[in-house]
Design a protein around this ligand. Structure first.
Ligand code: PLP
Length: 403
C-alpha cells in the first residue's frame, strides 16, 4: 500500500485484525494529502473554520458514524451525554440572544428551512443583491420568486436598507400580494459589507413581513445579537465561522414562529419535520461544541479584527491594489481588485496561476489558483506579523515583475 503522500495514513493500517490491506485498492489514498500546515492561509472560506486543539481531539474521538447517538432517546437535540441538550437549549440561545436555537447542516439548510416553512410556492422573497448563491438556489428549490434590492455598484456595492421599501412596494404592485419573507446577507460573502440590519427589520415589520438574516460570515466572528438586530430568523455556518469541521450550522428563531418552523411529524411525534428528524449527527456537531468556548470568547475581540482588516486594506492600497466594498471596511472579508497582477499574468508563462505559485513560494495560500484580476481574501485570526508577510509578498511580487 502506498500512502506516502498522505502523512497521517500509516503505510500499514494499525487495525490489523480488522482487515488486511494487501487486497485493497488503495490508489485513492494517494490523493488524500492536504498541504496547509505551516502556511499563512488567507482563504475567507477557511480563516474562521480552523479547529482548535480540543476540537481536533473531538474529531478523532467522534469520527465514527452516528457516534453521538449512544444515549439518544429519540431526539438528537435532547441528548444529555454528550451535552447536546445544554448546547442547543441554553448555550446557543444565550450566545445568539434568541428565543430558540437549533443546529442545522449549514447556513444554506437553515435558509431553506425558513423559506420552506414560511413561504408557499409562487410567493416572492425580497433579498439583497449581494446575497449568496445558496439563497438563490434555496429560492428555486422552494419554487419562490425573487425581488432584489440592488446595490450601489462599483466600487462599494453598498445596499441601502431604505431600498427594501421600494422592493416590497414593487412586489405588491406586480403581484397584488406582499412578499412573505425578507432576507439580508450580513455581511455578504462577496465584499464583506455590513448593512444596517436593524433598519431592514423595522421596514419588514412595518409591512408585517418576517425577516431572515444570513450571518454565515457573522456568527462566530463578530458579536451578533438577534435581540439587537430585531430579526425573526438567523442562520450561521459552523464550518465557515465557528471553527467546526462541518457540515454544520445554526438556526435561531423567535418563539412566535416555533409552531411553523419546528412543527412535529404526525408519524413520529417527537421528530421535527423541517429538520428531517435529526440534523448534524456526529463529529461536525461535536467539533462545533468543542470549539464553542473559544468562539464565544473570540467575538469579543472583533474591534481588533476590524482594525487589522482596515490596516491591511490601507497597506495593499499603498501598493496600488484596490479594496472594493465598504470603506472604511467593517469586516475581515475583502474583495481585492488587482489590475497589476492581471497585467503580469498576460505575459507570464504560468498565466493567471503565477500569483498562486509565487505566494505559495512565500508560505502564503488561500487565494484561488488562477485568479489575478480580483480575488477575495480574509484577515480573520491572522497574526499581525503574518499579515505583514502577506503585504511584503505582494510588494515583492510586484517589484519582481517591475510593475
Ligand atoms: C458560505 C456562505 C453560505 C453557505 O454556508 P454553508 O454553511 O456552507 O451552507 C451562505 N451564505 C453566505 C453569505 C456565505 O458566505
Amino acid at each position: 500500500m502506498n500512502g506516502d503522500n498522505y502523512k497521517s495514513i500509516p503505510n500499514k493500517l494499525a487495525n490489523d485484525d480488522y482487515m488486511t490491506t494487501e487486497s485493497l485498492d488503495t490508489s485513492i489514498l494517494k490523493n488524500l494529502c492536504r498541504e496547509r500546515e505551516g502556511f499563512i492561509n488567507v482563504d475567507p472560506l477557511q480563516t474562521g473554520g480552523k479547529l482548535y486543539p480540543e476540537s481536533k481531539v473531538a474529531l478523532q474521538n467522534w469520527g465514527d458514524g452516528y457516534s453521538v447517538c449512544d444515549f439518544c432517546g429519540g431526539r438528537l437535540d435532547q441528548i444529555k451525554n454528550p451535552p447536546i441538550y445544554d448546547f442547543v437549549y441554553c448555550i446557543l440561545p444565550k450566545f445568539l440572544e434568541v428565543d430558540i436555537a437549533r443546529v442545522t447542516n449549514g447556513a444554506r439548510e437553515g435558509i431553506d428551512t425558513v423559506m420552506h416553512s414560511m413561504c408557499s410556492p409562487g410567493d416572492t422573497v425580497v433579498i439583497d443583491k449581494n446575497a449568496h448563491y445558496t439563497t438563490y438556489v434555496a429560492l428555486e428549490r422552494n419554487h419562490l420568486n425573487v425581488q432584489e434590492v440592488l446595490n450601489s455598484g462599483y466600487p462599494e456595492f453598498k445596499i441601502d436598507p431604505e431600498k427594501y421599501i421600494e422592493a416590497i412596494e414593487e412586489v405588491k404592485k406586480n403581484t397584488g400580494k406582499l412578499p412573505t419573507l425578507t432576507l439580508l446577507t450580513y455581511p455578504d460573502g462577496a465584499y464583506g459589507n455590513l448593512v444596517d440590519a436593524k433598519r431592514v427589520a423595522e421596514i419588514s415589520h412595518q409591512y408585517g413581513i418576517p425577516f431572515l438574516v444570513n450571518a454565515a460570515y457573522g456568527i462566530g466572528r463578530m458579536p451578533i445579537s438577534v435581540r439587537e438586530l430585531g430579526c425573526d430568523f438567523i442562520v450561521g455556518s459552523g464550518h465557515k465561522s465557528m471553527s467546526a469541521c462541518g457540515p454544520v450550522g445554526v438556526l435561531g428563531l423567535k418563539k412566535e414562529y416555533e409552531g411553523k418552523i419546528l412543527r412535529r411529524s404526525k408519524f413520529y411525534k417527537v421528530k421535527e419535520v423541517e429538520l428531517l428528524g435529526c440534523t448534524a449527527r456526529g463529529a461536525s456537531l461535536i467539533t462545533l461544541m468543542a470549539s464553542f468556548p473559544y468562539v464565544a470568547e473570540r467575538v469579543k475581540n472583533w474591534p481588533e479584527e476590524v482594525k487589522k482588516a482596515r490596516w491591511f486594506s490601507g497597506e495593499i492600497e499603498n501598493l496600488g491594489l484596490k479594496q472594493l466594498g465598504e470603506k472604511p471596511h467593517n469586516h475581515d472579508l475583502m474583495f481585492v481588485e488587482s489590475a497589476k497582477f492581471f497585467e503580469i499574468s498576460q505575459t507570464h508563462p504560468k498565466r493567471g496561476y503565477f500569483l498562486h505559485s509565487d505566494l505559495k513560494e512565500r508560505g502564503i495560500v488561500g487565494i484561488k489558483p488562477g485568479l489575478t484580476k480580483n480575488f477575495k481574501m480574509s484577515t480573520f485570526m491572522l497574526k499581525e506579523d503574518d499579515l505583514k508577510k502577506v503585504v511584503n509578498a505582494f510588494k515583492e511580487i510586484l517589484s519582481k515583475y517591475g510593475v
